[in-house]
Design a protein around this ligand. Structure first.
Ligand SMILES: Cc1cc2nc3c(=O)[nH]c(=O)nc-3n(C[C@H](O)[C@H](O)[C@H](O)COP(=O)(O)OP(=O)(O)OC[C@H]3O[C@@H](n4cnc5c(N)ncnc54)[C@H](O)[C@@H]3O)c2cc1C
Ligand code: SF4
Length: 484
């Protein structure tokens, strides 16, 4: 780790509680889409940074998928060197304002923080967010000097965190990079899935601006595998292609009544509200203003769907999840916020059937209570139905948020790309190389639905490997597959 940071003397240290992030009161925020936490003030950030003991062997760094030098940037905040801290974070993380808001820090870096063994862990995520916001607010992002063009051309498919990371890293190395995106705007789940009150569009837009300033070009409304194939990209002269198409295919419950009017996949519901103005007047894709919504699932997507539904409808929302609070996978902060906002959690409950009225509209959902058996493949205790415990919840809207599968278009339409039985693209964990020469992949399309930072980590590794690969190709050969 860095030499310039110093460890405060233990004897002199007085232990302080973790700085609490100020946030909108629940009764106010359920009526708006404004961001819930306000972020630390400078004084709070310095006070929180002073809680870090700047460990010589910092465990927190091991928990960070992009290995941010956490003690270094925290020491820089402690010393009031905000610019230095911003540079430290950005040197390994090109989307820090996003990660500071949505990374599961409680399970990654903070869970390993030594202060957390006896006391509360240092609020690493809040500090990352503070420093990234400071950098954006002070227009202090440094665009690195780009080396002269190498002449190599890279196509990136998908503009989610995996694609953005590869694109940024490849552009910094002097390659010409174009991102192809199926939707009309960039960022993948960051804008179509995660709502504004967790991740404001303005923050995402500024991070995208950084990628653009590195020289990356964006082409929208193009579905690779349909509008243009991967083969055609090579024919157009790209030397390598990265596939970061995510896991955008919703899983459904496979219970009777799932086709009734009033049942949405969380992806459809969130996309309509987040991207298509469905909750606002004058837009062509209206959403049902539910009297009672039941959300099925326990991940971040389920929390987002429940909290968005509450804001859109102003009416009660119940979340049913088949395991207990112990196993629930969403970020703890989101669960805490959802509970504060009045989302009712009905845990150890699984849906059996959606019940409709004579017009084919949802009127209730039939569920069963579950017990917990032995651990399953995921290491979590397996939910087991309790016979005779069926019950009915009256509702007019059901949102299914039980997971997403990889987007199947490219694996289906690209010869030579090996995929798994789950529909993911098979790629080398260290390099992102697929079974097809010159084609790399990473993020949810390889791992299945995961996290922003894991997608970014995969993007970084793939960029290193792609850079090495393209440099083996003769530049005169525009298409590495033949017609020189
Ligand atoms: C509602 C929701 C909330 C979440 N909350 C969190 C959270 O709090 N923290 C966290 O870490 N993770 C969260 N996640 C997961 C996280 O967003 C994903 O793991 C991450 O976005 C994956 O990044 P990616 O780049 O692989 O794919 P994506 O973000 O899915 O991006 C893929 C992009 O590829 C485009 N695309 C797909 N097919 C094609 C094609 N054929 N041609 C061109 N473009 C194509 C898509 O339109 C999309 O823009 C959440 C996910 C959801 C759905
Ligand atoms: S483990 Fe905790 S106390 Fe140690 S350097 Fe990391 S954040 Fe600071």
């Amino acid at each position: 780790m860095s030499e310039e940071v110093t460890t405060p003397k233990k004897a002199k240290r007085e232990r302080k509680p973790r700085e609490k992030m100020p946030e909108q009161a629940p009764e106010a925020r359920i009526h708006n889409f404004d961001e819930v936490p306000f972020g630390y003030t400078e004084q709070q950030a310095v006070a929180e940074a002073e809680r870090c003991i700047i460990c010589k062997k910092p465990k927190c760094v091991d928990g960070c998928p992009v290995n941010i030098d956490i003690p270094k940037f925290i020491a820089q905040i402690r010393d009031g060197d905000f610019l230095g801290a911003a540079r430290t974070v950005r040197s390994t993380n090109s989307l820090p304002a996003i990660c500071g808001r949505v990374c599961p820090q409680a399970d990654q870096c903070e869970v390993l923080c030594v202060e957390g063994i006896k006391y509360e862990p240092v609020a690493i995520g809040n500090l990352e967010r503070f420093i990234a916001d400071w950098e954006l607010a002070n227009d202090a992002i440094e665009i690195p000097a780009i080396p002269p063009p190498t002449g190599y051309r890279i196509a990136v498919v998908g503009s989610g965190p995996a694609g953005l990371t590869v694109a940024g890293d490849m552009a910094k190395l002097g390659h010409e990079v174009t991102i192809y995106e199926a939707l009309h705007r960039p960022s993948g789940v960051l804008v179509y899935g995660i709502p504004e009150f967790r991740l404001p569009r303005s923050v995402v837009a500024k991070e995208i601006d950084y990628i653009r300033q590195l020289g990356v070009k964006f082409v929208y409304d193009v579905i690779i595998g349909v509008t243009i194939t991967v083969d055609e990209l090579f024919e157009q002269g790209y030397h390598a292609v990265f596939i970061g198409t995510g896991a955008g295919l919703p899983k459904m419950m496979k219970v009777p009544g799932e086709n009734l009017v009033g049942v949405y996949s969380a992806n459809e519901f969130l996309t309509r509200v987040n991207l298509m103005g469905a909750s606002r007047e004058g837009y062509d894709t209206p959403i049902r203003f539910a009297k009672h919504t039941v959300v099925v699932g326990g991940g971040n997507t389920a929390m987002d769907a429940a909290r968005v539904s509450l804001r859109v409808s102003g009416n009660p929302v119940t979340l049913v999840y088949r395991r207990s609070m112990e196993e629930i996978p969403a970020r703890r902060e989101e669960i805490h916020h959802a509970v504060e906002e009045g989302i009712k959690f009905d845990l150890l409950v699984a849906p059996l059937e959606v019940i409709g009225d004579d017009k084919g509209q949802v009127k209730a959902i039939k569920c069963i209570r579950m017990g917990l058996g032995e651990p399953d493949d995921s290491g979590r205790r397996r939910p087991v139905p309790i016979e005779g415990s069926e019950f009915i919840i009256d509702c007019d809207t059901v949102i299914v948020a039980i997971g997403n599968s990889p987007n199947p278009i490219i694996p289906r339409n690209t010869p030579g790309i090996e995929s798994s039985k789950w529909g993911t693209i098979v790629a080398d964990e260290e390099t992102g190389a697929t079974s097809r020469r010159g084609v790399y992949a990473g993020g949810d399309i390889v791992s299945g639905a995961a996290t922003v930072i894991l997608a970014m980590g995969a993007g970084r590794k793939a960029a290193t490997a792609m850079d090495a690969y393209v440099r083996t190709l003769p530049l005169t050969r525009r298409n590495p597959y033949g017609d020189t």
